[in-house]
Design a binder for this molecule. Structure first.
Ligand code: NAP
Length: 367
C-alpha cells in the first residue's frame, strides 16, 4: 500500500521545543502510523538524508543552525488496555501525551506509573530517556516496545532486556538513528498501592491516616512539580526548559566521601551526613546534581543574558526569550567546567542534542 506523506521544507523547530530555541529543519513531516513512518524513511533514503524523530520536544536542544535532514514528527495516537493474568497491559502509541496516559491509568486504578505524573512530553519518548521521578522509572513497568527498524523498514517488538535501560538512559538513547518507537506497553497492577518512597512525597501524607489513593499521589506530585516549575505551563516564567539539564552523578562511596569531606572543609555543609546522597546500587551512590550546581555558585534565579537557572530548581536551565542555543550551551559549559574544577565531577547532560556538528558539551571535558 502506498501512503502519501506531506514533506514540508525549512520549518522552524523552536515552536516544537519547550526551550523555544534552535534553527530550522530542512525537511519536516508528521506521521500518523507505521506505514507513514516507513514511507518517510524511504523518502529520506532516496534523498540520502539524515533523519531524526521528534516527540514532544521537551527534552531536546536544537542547534542554532538547525538540522540539515528530515525531521519526523510522531503523531501516532491510540491507547489499548487488556487484562493479562495478574496485571493489566496498557499500550500507548508513541504520539500520545504522556501525562494523559498517566491520568488514564490512575483513573482506571492501575498502579505503576502514578509517580510519573506531570512529566511533559510523549509516551514514546519516555523509554528513550528511561524517564523517572519520585521513585519510579518507566523501565520498571515496560513490558514491550514496538519499533520500526530503520535498516529493515519493518516493525519489531522488543522485550525490556533488549532496551538496555539504565539510569536516565537506554539503548535508544545511545543509538538514536537506528529505530523509531511506535508504541510502548506497560504492565500495571490493578488496584495496586501507590509507590511512596521519596521523603518529600511521604511527608505530604504523614498527617493523614490510611494509604493514599493513586489519585491523591498523582495530585500531590503535580503540586510538588508545579512548585518547582517542573510542569510545562504557559505563563510560568521558567517554562522554557528541558526539565533537568544534567543527570545526578552516580559515584562510588569512596568518591562520594571525598566530596562530602571537601564540602565540610569549605563550609558548604556542617557535617558530612548533610550531603544529599542516595543509595543507588551495591557500592554506588547517587549525588544530587542540583546541590552540586548551587554549591558551585549557581543559585536558583541566576541569570546570564537571555538564559539562566530556573528560579525554582537549580537543575533546570531556562531560556528567558530572545536568546540563542549557543548562549544556552555556553552557560551549560560554564556550569560544567566550574563543577568539574571544584568537585572533580563532570556532569552528564540529560537532553538530546540535534543539529550540532560535534558534541556541544565536549569543550568542557577537555579541561
Ligand atoms: P529532590 O527532592 O531535590 O532530590 C534531588 C535528587 O535526589 C533527585 O533528583 C532524586 O534522584 C534524588 N532523591 C531524592 N530522594 C531520593 C530517594 N528517597 N531515593 C533516591 N533518590 C532520591 O528532587 P527534585 O529535583 O525535586 O526531583 C524530584 C523527582 O522528580 C526526582 O525523582 C526527579 O528525578 C524528578 N524530576 C525529573 C525531572 C526531569 O527533567 N527528568 C525534572 C524534575 C523532576 P532521581 O532524579 O534519580 O529521582
Amino acid at each position: 500500500m502506498h501512503n502519501d506523506i506531506a514533506v514540508r521544507e525549512d520549518i522552524p523547530l523552536a515552536p516544537y521545543c519547550s526551550l523555544e530555541l534552535g534553527g530550522t529543519a530542512r525537511f519536516f513531516v508528521s506521521v500518523n502510523d507505521s506505514a507513514e513512518l516507513i514511507e518517510a524513511f524511504k523518502w529520506a533514503d532516496r534523498k540520502r538524508l539524515r533523519v531524526v524523530i521528534l516527540g514532544g520536544g521537551t527534552n531536546l536542544v536544537v542547534a542554532d543552525q538547525g538540522f540539515d535532514g528530515l525531521v519526523i514528527k510522531m503523531e501516532m495516537k491510540g491507547v489499548t488496555i487488556k487484562r493479562q493474568g495478574s496485571y493489566t497491559k496498557l499500550t500507548a502509541s508513541a504520539g500520545e501525551a504522556w501525562d494523559r496516559l498517566v491520568e488514564f491509568s490512575v483513573r482506571e486504578k492501575l498502579a505503576g506509573i502514578e509517580c510519573l505524573s506531570g512529566i511533559p512530553g510523549l509516551a514514546g519518548s519516555t523509554v528513550v530517556q528511561n524517564v523517572g521521578a519520585y521513585g519510579q522509572e518507566v523501565s520498571q513497568s515496560v513490558v514491550e516496545v514496538v519499533v520500526v527498524d530503520r535498516r529493515t523498514r519493518r516493525e519489531r517488538t522488543l522485550q525490556p532486556l533488549e532496551c538496555g535501560f539504565d539510569y536516565r538512559a537506554s539503548w535508544f538513547k545511545k543509538n538514536p538513528h537506528s529505530m523509531a518507537i511506535v508504541s510502548v506497553s506497560f504492565a500495571l497492577r490493578p488496584d495496586g498501592a501507590a509507590t511512596l518512597t521519596y521523603p518529600e512525597l511521604i511527608s505530604e501524607f504523614r498527617a493523614k491516616s490510611g494509604l493514599p489513593s493513586l489519585l491523591h499521589v498523582r495530585e500531590a506530585i503535580i503540586d510538588l512539580r508545579r512548585s518547582k516549575s517542573m510542569l510545562y505551563e504557559i505563563g510560568d516564567e521558567n517554562r522554557r526548559s528541558v526539565g533537568s539539564f544534567f543527570c545526578n552523578p552516580i559515584l562510588s562511596r569512596q568518591e562520594a566521601r571525598k566530596i562530602s569531606r571537601f564540602a565540610v572543609e569549605r563550609s558548604l555543609i556542617r557535617t558530612e551526613e548533610e550531603i544529599p546522597l542516595y543509595s543507588y546500587d551495591q557500592g554506588r551512590v547517587k549525588l544530587s546534581a542540583a546541590w552540586l550546581i548551587e554549591a558551585a555558585g549557581f543559585s536558583k534565579g541566576y541569570r546570564d543574558g537571555n538564559v539562566g537557572i530556573s528560579s525554582r530548581h537549580a537543575l533546570a536551565l531556562v531560556h528567558h526569550g530572545g536568546g540563542t542555543t549557543s548562549e544556552l550551551i555556553d552557560f551549560a559549559n560554564l556550569i560544567r567546567r566550574t563543577v568539574k574544577r571544584l568537585f572533580g565531577i563532570l556532569l552528564r547532560p540529560e537532553p538530546t542534542f540535534l543539529g550540532f556538528a560535534h558534541d556541544p558539551l565536549v569543550e568542557s571535558e577537555a579541561e
